[in-house]
Design a protein around this ligand. Structure first.
Ligand SMILES: [Zn+2]
Length: 85
């Protein structure tokens, strides 16, 4: 009986590890793995990975060499002093 319980917990841990590596909740999958055993582990294996959307990179600003104001990185004309940069 004890061996059975340990095996069941190990299977739950496997589900948690697999789910965690795919960006899913390891705790939730540990519980699912404990309830459904190998079924949950198999489901976790075939589950697509969660793709986390990363925040868009903040546009890098540069400084106008003439007036020292911030200008867009692709700007050719300073919006403040109207000089070519
Ligand atoms: Zn300027």
């Amino acid at each position: 009986m004890m061996f059975y319980v340990i095996g069941w917990v190990a299977v739950g841990a496997c589900a948690a590890i697999v789910a965690g590596s795919k960006g899913r909740s390891p705790v939730g999958w540990l519980i699912l793995g404990a309830f459904f055993g190998p079924l949950a582990t198999t489901a976790a294996c075939f589950m697509p990975a969660v793709i986390r959307k990363e925040a868009p990179p903040t546009p890098v600003r540069r400084i106008c060499p003439h007036c020292a104001n911030e200008i867009a990185p692709s700007a050719r004309l300073c919006r403040w002093c109207k000089r070519l940069v």
